[in-house]
Design a protein around this ligand. Structure first.
Ligand code: ATP
Ligand code: MG
Length: 180
């Protein structure tokens, strides 16, 4: 399982649609200051369901939509699609390629899709549970996160091991059953 493609349109500095293709090895994103490297990482977090504008380096969710420049009008909609190669069937879904999409309008309303079918944010969470992928998964290690992991409380650190060992889904199901 690996990240295969990232399509971004109207998100932060990317007004025009861009299509980033990744291979199964290591990819580095390089460029001058302010060229949008961190915006690419933000797009990955965002499409996986990030709800905190602050984590995305903004103050409100609308800040992720292209705000316009001197020469170009602001946009009304941001959309990011992330495609994962699932030929190993690590994700619990029959498809060999899985694309998750998130769209947001200036009204603040978000829509999520799995392989172009409208779904809930909860479905995205469930799809990636126990895979390390997801907005809080260890597949995204932000600046300062390593220090945070080392200095965090033992119960919080335990979450990381639970996710890696694949028991998180059982915990979530248990919590949901107890709520009913
Ligand atoms: P550094 O090397 O300094 O870390 P970077 O390549 O990571 O730089 P980013 O932080 O990804 O750069 O990009 C910052 C740029 O994105 C800024 O020029 C900022 O104006 C632009 N930007 C952020 N949000 C939006 C938005 N909503 N609309 C238009 N441009 C935006
Ligand atoms: Mg940066």
């Amino acid at each position: 399982m690996y990240l295969k493609r990232l399509e971004i349109q109207g998100f932060k500095s990317f007004a025009d649609k861009i299509n980033l293709e990744f291979n199964s090895g290591i990819t580095s994103v390089v460029g001058p200051n302010g060229s949008g490297k961190s915006n690419v990482a933000d797009a990955v977090r965002w499409v996986l369901g990030e709800q905190s504008a602050k984590t995305l380096r903004g103050t409100k969710m609308e800040d992720v939509i292209f705000a316009g420049t001197e020469h170009r009008k602001a946009m009304g909609l941001a959309e990011v699609s992330l495609t994962i190669d699932n030929s190993t069937h690590t994700l619990p879904i029959e498809f060999d390629e899985v694309t998750v999409t998130r769209r947001v309008y200036r009204s603040g309303e978000s829509e999520y899709f799995i392989n172009k079918t409208l779904c809930r944010l909860k479905d995205i969470h469930e799809l990636f549970l126990d895979t390390g992928i997801g907005k809080d998964g260890y597949s995204i290690i932000g600046q300062g996160r390593v220090d945070e992991i080392l200095s965090t409380k033992s119960e919080e650190r335990r979450h990381i091991f639970e996710e890696a060992s694949g028991i998180m889904k059982y915990k979530v199901r248990k919590q949901e059953a107890e709520k009913k």
